[in-house]
Design a binder for this molecule. Structure first.
Ligand SMILES: [Mg+2]
Length: 132
């Protein structure tokens, strides 16, 4: 599993990276703009991410905007349906309105609220069929 963690908070980023490194390659980005560069590179190199953990509140470009751009980028590369990258939105509980918006619009596959719960994260990744 190739994962991209997009998170501006050092501790959350480190925690996710430690957890998910157990399951494969783990890259990190600190804002949406960096994430888009990483995702684009994945497409160009024909080695796209299987999973993106995307924080919502970030400087430069937030998670909502990054998610929309990632989906547009996939469209441009002809990637649709089941082939699109699975996205788990991660955010503070008080931002649940934003997270639900992305979830209802069908742009992300799952969401998690902080503080991060390892069991929930792993359960989501299993549900998405990324690990056994
Ligand atoms: Mg943040």
């Amino acid at each position: 599993m190739k994962t991209l963690i997009v998170e501006d908070d050092f501790l959350s980023r480190s925690l996710l990276s430690t957890l998910l490194s157990e399951y494969g390659i783990c890259h990190v980005a600190v804002n949406g703009k960096e994430a888009l560069n990483a995702v684009e590179r994945g497409f160009v190199e024909n080695d796209p991410y299987d999973l993106i953990c995307l924080d919502i509140m970030m400087p430069v470009m937030d998670g909502q905007q990054a998610l929309q751009e990632i989906r547009k980028m996939e469209e441009r590369h002809g990637i649709m349906g089941l082939d699109t990258t699975k996205v788990i939105m991660v955010t503070a509980a008080d931002d649940s309105k934003n997270i639900m918006k992305a979830f209802r619009q069908g742009q992300c596959e799952a969401y998690l609220t902080k503080p991060l719960d390892r069991e929930k994260l792993i359960a989501h990744i299993k549900d998405l069929g990324l690990i056994k």
